[in-house]
Write a protein that binds this ligand. Sequence first.
Ligand SMILES: Cc1cc2nc3c(=O)[nH]c(=O)nc-3n(C[C@H](O)[C@H](O)[C@H](O)COP(=O)(O)OP(=O)(O)OC[C@H]3O[C@@H](n4cnc5c(N)ncnc54)[C@H](O)[C@@H]3O)c2cc1C
Length: 395
Amino acid sequence: MAETADVVVVGGGVNGTSIAYALAARGAKVTLLEKGALASGASGYSSALVRMHYTNETDARLAFASFPVFRNWTEIMGGPPVFTHTGFVTVVAPEYAENLRRNVEMLRAIGVNTTALSPKELKDLQPFVNVDDVGAAAWEPDSGYASPAETVDGFRRRAKDLGARIGPSTEVTRVVREGHRVLGVETTGGRVDAGAVVVAAGAWAPRLCRELGLPLPARPKGIDTVQVTRPPEVPRHMVFIDNIQGSYFRIESGILTLVGVPCQEWDIDPDGPLALPADAPAVGAQILTHRIPGMERATLARGYRAFDCYSGDRFAILGPVDGVDGLYLATAFSGSGFKIAPAVGTCMAELILDGRAKTVDIEPFNLRRFAEGRSPQGPYPYAPRLDQVDPPRPA
Ligand SMILES: Cc1cc2nc3c(=O)[nH]c(=O)nc-3n(C[C@H](O)[C@H](O)[C@H](O)COP(=O)(O)OP(=O)(O)OC[C@H]3O[C@@H](n4cnc5c(N)ncnc54)[C@H](O)[C@@H]3O)c2cc1C
């Protein structure tokens, strides 16, 4: 006899496990299926910056609603803390300084503790930073970063405690539908009947949806990271997003700093071998040394290529699928889906169980926006990141 569940969640990354936890906490009978090990997709490699600065209000609200979960993890989720507090700054070029100030106003209206800084004020805060090309910075004194593996494991543990079945090494081979209604899934371990299926399959989601006859406007893209050992003269620094160079850096443990290296490899096979390009350490070093000149003497510790699923407009795809009752998407987080995962879980549970997400209105992230020509982008964007410009699709 087939297993039954109220909801099947496909994918054991930070979003799938958060959704499974939130549903189980609301009393739903949940089965989460993961084809490999939990956190073996983007989540396990995530730099996991936990900040609230966004240029669109939906992401900002999701990040704001998620932040207390990271900060008060032990109280809320049990288990060891997952959050490291460092403070956060993001810098923009002079031509985007006014946009940044407008975004800081939008964030403060939501309740985020953030301040716009002049280049001099940034220099006072982080004296080792080069501010020559900076027009303005936004500072979040409370932000930091999280431990990806422990976050996923915490969601898994709580979901399981609350009665969810977590099935690692079980691939969903097909979402079963009859006419306009989802009936469950077929897997390498047998069938699971369910009234609702959530596709939280990260970079694999376009493939799974294609087999369902649902083309997703989303593509897997590589993300490159290098880690360097900080020279003794550079102290522990805040988490940085450098919009001028299209990069970010954050500390990792006592002596390492992790640097995001722009990567333009699209349509990668998430199951294939992934290699960091030979020039990535040099590019990372150049970016880091430009912003923190004292890093000139930093030494390479290691580097790696990972990936995420990027949507056509670089915003997540969240919500029900029109015309297929019981099918929900939580995917295409476009390199930014870690810090919002707690609220994504809550909102998806509200949507599935109550018919509407109340914690944050996630309607701007619905798949139908592409057909309707809507974008969640706010009115004050920054320079587009060159590594996120779509190349033509392969023939
Ligand atoms: C290097 C890097 C740095 C990043 N830095 C940040 C950051 O600083 N802050 C931030 O907020 N975000 C960041 N991100 C993005 C963020 O990590 C991702 O958006 C997020 O982890 C996506 O989580 P997910 O659960 O949607 O997908 P994933 O973690 O990719 O999980 C999807 C899971 O689904 C499973 N799966 C797929 N198909 C099937 C199937 N058919 N059956 C069963 N299981 C299946 C996969 O095995 C996988 O485990 C970063 C990402 C990377 C790679």
